[in-house]
Write a protein that binds this ligand. Structure first.
Ligand code: OGA
Ligand code: MN
Length: 289
């Protein structure tokens, strides 16, 4: 098998073929994958068949893994796997069912946000014609940064924003999600944090816009209405169609993304008895720059 990287015709993303993630990859193959990851931000590996241990060992090649703060959704045998699913066990959600209802990047509400996530599709919902439902959209926030005017770039260069899990929770509640849970313990583990809104990628050196609809509570040092308007403007800019790749899931897809120069959104257009069930590992990041 020879590894091939086929970039998508979108601002980000590439499909990697000729690789079986159930096997131990040699150093050269892994290094090509890592390079493609840094270059394209989203990588798709189709037709994979991996168990939890294989998912974990491939993920660990990229560095240390996170155990998610929402611990009620962790895989019972493998806490470094987060279950993303709408499936119920009686009254209980077996996984996080509204993981991506708003544009976000994973763990932006932590002091050290996640570097990346690897999501593996085990069950995918579909419509009567067999077309997949529950797509995930990815936006390139580095392409969005590059497209800003000089004036806007210098305006935001030194600004910082506040991020919180509570912000996302408040939005879910405001949108009528009665099942949304956020315990005091979770809030204590993840109090609000502050990050620069222009990030520099530690590997590529590319700049990107780091604010998102779901988890950014406000911009510091500006009057409230100005902060709100700027946040709305930047979030709308990042998610313009020209910066987006839309992923249509198939069973056996392993999709991995870089949380620094991207944000993503889950399309919730399916419901039980249509089942959606995925396993996610989360790569630990480094302090944002
Ligand atoms: C995630 C996430 C989106 C989806 O797992 O981080 O946002 O479509 N998932 O499941
Ligand atoms: Mn996510």
């Amino acid at each position: 098998m020879t590894l091939e990287v086929q970039p998508f015709e979108t601002a980000l993303g590439a499909e990697v073929s000729g690789v079986d993630l159930a096997q131990d990859l040699d150093a050269e193959t892994f290094s090509e994958i890592e390079q493609a990851y840094n270059e394209h931000s989203v990588l798709l590996f189709r037709n994979q068949s991996i168990d939890e241990a294989q998912h974990l060992s491939f993920s660990r090649r990229f560095g240390q893994l996170e155990v998610h703060v929402l611990d009620q959704y962790l895989h019972p045998q493998h806490p470094e796997i987060l279950i993303v699913s709408n499936v119920m066990d009686g009254e209980r959600h077996v996984g996080i069912y509204d993981a991506g209802r708003y544009w976000h990047t994973d763990l932006s509400y932590m002091t050290v946000p996640s570097r990346g996530s690897l999501l593996y599709a085990i069950e995918v919902p579909h419509d009567e014609d067999g077309e997949p439902l529950g797509d995930t959209l990815f936006a390139s926030t580095s392409a969005a940064y590059d497209a800003l005017s000089e004036g806007m770039r210098s305006h935001i260069a030194d600004l910082k924003a506040e991020f919180s899990l509570a912000n996302r929770h408040a939005k879910l509640v405001a949108d009528g999600d009665e099942g949304a849970e956020l315990s005091d313990a979770h809030q204590e583990k993840a109090p609000p944090v502050v990050h620069r809104i222009v990030r520099t990628h530690p590997v590529t050196g590319r700049k990107s816009i780091y604010v998102n609809e779901g988890q950014t509570a406000g911009i510091l040092g500006l009057p409230d209405n100005e902060a709100r308007d700027l946040l709305t403007e930047l979030c709308a800019h990042c998610t313009k169609p020209e910066f987006i790749y839309r992923h249509k899931w198939r069973v056996g897809d392993l999709l991995m993304w870089d949380n620094i120069p991207t944000q993503h959104l889950a399309i919730c257009d399916y419901e039980l008895p249509q089942r959606r069930y995925l396993h996610r590992t989360t790569l630990r990041g480094t302090p944002p720059q």
